[in-house]
Design a protein around this ligand. Structure first.
Ligand code: ADP
Ligand code: MG
Length: 734
């Protein structure tokens, strides 16, 4: 067994050869992306070919303009969809939804219904398409759905196309759906996301109207999220109970060589990994997911995949498909894909940079500076609204990424800190400062835009001074929210972003309307003056959130405190703000979440946090007690036996004695700390809140204390006795 451990390098190499050999002799087939892209998607194109013109047009009106779906067309769409799916080899269909677990759920139903004659026919009606009733009593509802009426239903989301999921032994049709209770409350992540997009649409169009932009029918948020992940050999995974049950290592000494050589980032991609990536991309192309980039990340065995941005709803669905595909395909290469935010202590964690902007149906990016004074003014208005939103709702942004896993990452010194701030870049920050100071208000001099600031110089999309330490950075024509965790659904963070920006746009539109009214005549100059005033007030108030320095430094922590910014270091402290009245009001005001819906989310999030840590703590106890302690004991016995035997021979055994003492001391310490962990694991708080606090402030430190001494033992106990693969092996075998 132990021999095996040392042979992993050989093993992995063999595996690569085995997996790749099939294709090695043939010339590699270039991927015909144009042909396969969207091949498994019931796209607009496909619908146009298969649906009567009227039905198609009605559906497009729903998808593009948000007009209500007319139920009469459902049967026709269902028939076409079924035919298409069966041609693609599907035998089953499922309503595919996103319950509050943060993952996706599906229950498959066969198309085939037996008929009286003993045969079978394929049945799939409009009703089957529009609505499903997954017996959903065991999805978290946070008290929204009393168990006696445990019913929830799924409802077709025509704005996200249906797709075929393939398996070597068959295929099924997946229909993106929303999931609600019979009383109409959202039980999923999609409904609030759609509602928040609606709220943003409304307020953004209001602002555009004020700026005289008339031809826009819809504004939607756009999202592109860069997914980081680790790939490790499955052999290691199966031999580590912490990885298999918790998705992260609970033990493990830092390897002699970590990421300090900085040779992995953007380095050449190992062959087995590249083969895996190519297959992932192929699968995703078929599903119409526009993946664009791949590269090595900072930590050893860490990689990244990023799609092109899409409308936020589609991006959120596609994000789920990306995570699922990464996991599925890895298995075919003898690999495991770890999406946990911090699988290995002391090594970079994994996040998901959420690039966010707003776009119109006419193709205008509202966060693109543009190249004339009018566009710039509009850009500054939207940009200021985002800055104000981050300032006013720092707590919500922090909450939107608060999970037990992400707590290990936020605040550690590679990831964004738990304190929210905005990085604008030198040029834009300078312009904001000028706007705040009033400048030469209202006078349009040469080279100056009406706001008294120089016309925006073109902001390069990849400005050289991009600040990698900022949690929320302007990157040329979008904001990049970097605190999102690698394993989480991007739906809630984007729901929060859309809602808070809708809110500040609402406020700023009202401010602007009032200032215009006070001026009476609506001249170009009056308008510019009014905009300048709004911007000045907004920037002045929101300024504390703007920070361009090093977010990891202790000075920033002190400075942030002076500025009155929130520092919510963990999930428990963050969640304590979710139900603050201002937040309840915000979500209700924009029709995104009712008080009850928000309360249910609070409960679910807290409960998930508590359960996660409980599982980790029990796993840590198990590993320490049944694996690490016995390994150390075994070594100690070997040492004491050596001592005995050597004494008989009259040898000098000072070194053996010293080693035995070292091991015995560590063993005692391990036992003591383990006892504390065992005791903590027995305790439970009275309420959900107390329980969560106990996990955060007592259980986690007890686990950490056990780990600390276990990691010291790992450096002392012979490798062949150590019961689990070490970081050195896991991270460096490709
Ligand atoms: P990086 O240097 O961070 O990799 P990129 O410009 O390549 O930056 O973009 C990273 C991500 O941002 C991609 O997913 C990209 O599609 C997305 N992105 C680009 N423009 C927008 C936008 N207007 N809205 C949302 N996401 C965008
Ligand atoms: Mg990025």
């Amino acid at each position: 067994m132990n021999k095996l451990l040392l042979d992993y390098n050989v093993l992995a190499a063999t595996k690569t050869r085995l997996t790749l050999n099939g294709t090695r002799d043939q010339k590699p087939q270039p991927m015909d992306i144009e042909r396969i892209f969207g091949e498994n998607v019931f796209s607009l194109e496909e619908m146009k070919n298969r649906l009567p013109k009227k039905v198609y047009e009605s559906l497009v009106a729903t998808i593009e303009k948000g007009e209500p779906l007319s139920p009469e067309i459902a049967d026709t769409v269902a028939l076409a969809m079924k035919e298409w799916a069966i041609e693609k080899g599907a035998t089953h269909f499922t309503h595919w939804f996103q319950p509050l677990t943060g993952m996706t759920a599906e229950k498959h139903e066969s198309f085939i219904t037996p008929n009286k004659g003993g045969g079978a026919i394929a049945v799939f009606s409009g009703r089957d398409l529009i609505q499903g009733e997954p017996d959903a009593s065991s999805f978290p509802s946070g008290g929204l759905r009393a168990t006696f009426e445990a019913r929830g239903y799924t409802a077709w989301d025509p704005t996200s196309p249906a797709f075929i999921m393939e398996n070597p032994n068959g295929a099924y049709l997946a229909i993106p759906t929303a999931f609600a209770s019979w009383t109409g409350e959202a039980l999923d992540h999609k409904i609030p996301l759609l509602r928040s997009m609606h709220a943003l649409d409304k307020q953004a169009r209001r602002v555009l109207q004020l700026f005289g932009v008339k031809n826009v029918h819809k504004v939607y948020s756009t999202v592109g999220s860069e997914q980081e992940y680790f790939l490790i050999d499955e052999e290691f995974y199966y031999r580590r109970p912490d990885l298999t049950t918790c998705g992260r290592t609970l033990f493990g000494a830092k390897p002699p060589r970590g990421q300090e050589m900085e040779d992995h980032y953007f380095g050449s991609i190992p062959e087995r990994v590249l083969a895996f990536m190519l297959e992932v991309e192929k699968e995703l192309y078929k599903l119409g997911v526009p993946v664009k980039t791949r590269h090595n990340e900072v930590a050893p065995s860490q990689y990244e995949i990023a799609p092109l941005f899409e409308n936020a709803n589609l991006a959120a669905d596609h994000q789920q498909l990306i995570m699922q595909t990464l996991k599925n395909v890895a298995r075919r290469y003898g690999l495991i894909c770890l999406l946990h935010e911090k699988p290995f202590a002391g090594v970079n964690g994994s996040g998901k940079h959420n690039n966010w902007s707003m776009s119109t149906d006419t193709g205008m990016n509202l966060l693109d500076p543009g190249d004339n004074p009018h566009d710039n003014m509009q850009f500054l208005f939207f940009c200021a609204a985002v800055v104000r939103a981050v300032h006013k709702y720092q707590d919500l942004l922090r909450i939107s990424v608060a999970t037990a896993g992400n707590d290990h990452r936020l605040g550690a010194n590679e990831a964004p800190p738990a304190i929210m701030s905005v990085f604008l870049g030198e040029q834009l920050e300078d312009i904001f400062n000028q706007l705040e100071n009033g400048g030469v208000r209202g006078s349009k001099q040469g080279g100056l835009l009406g706001l008294g600031v120089p016309v925006l110089p073109p902001l390069p999309r990849h400005a050289g001074d991009r600040n990698r330490t900022s949690p929320f950075a302007f990157t040329g024509n979008k904001f990049e929210f970097r605190a999102v965790g690698a394993s989480q659904s991007i739906s809630f963070p984007n729901t929060v972003l859309n809602t808070i920006v809708a809110d500040t746009l609402d406020e700023m539109a009202t401010m602007l309307e009032e200032k215009l009214k006070a001026r009476g005549k609506r001249t170009k100059q009056a308008f510019e003056e009014a905009v300048a005033e709004v911007l000045r007030e907004v920037i002045h108030e929101s300024k504390p959130i703007i920070f361009s320095g090093d977010n990891y430094s202790p000075e920033w922590h002190a400075e942030a405190e002076r500025r009155g910014l929130l520092n919510l270091p963990n999930t428990v402290e963050a969640l304590a703000h979710l139900l603050d009245e201002k937040n309840v009001q915000l979500f209700e005001r924009h029709g995104v979440l009712s008080r009850r819906e928000l309360e249910s989310r609070y409960e679910i999030l807290l409960d998930q946090y508590t359960k996660t840590i409980n599982i980790e703590a029990e796993t840590a106890e198990y590993i320490a007690r049944t694996m690490i302690l016995p390994a150390a004991l075994r070594y100690l016995r070997e040492l004491t036996e050596t001592l005995d035997e050597a004494k008989d021979l009259g040898l000098n055994v000072a070194g053996v004695r010293e080693t035995a003492e070292e091991v015995a001391t560590l063993l005692n310490e391990l036992r003591q700390r383990l006892d504390v962990l065992i005791a903590e694991n027995q305790k439970r708080g009275e309420t959900l809140q107390e329980n969560a606090r106990h996990k955060c402030y007592d259980v986690l430190p007890a686990m950490q204390a056990v780990r600390e001494v276990a990691d010291r033992l790992e450096r002392v106990v012979p490798h062949e006795y150590w019961p689990m693969p070490t970081y050195r092996e896991i991270l460096f075998v490709k």
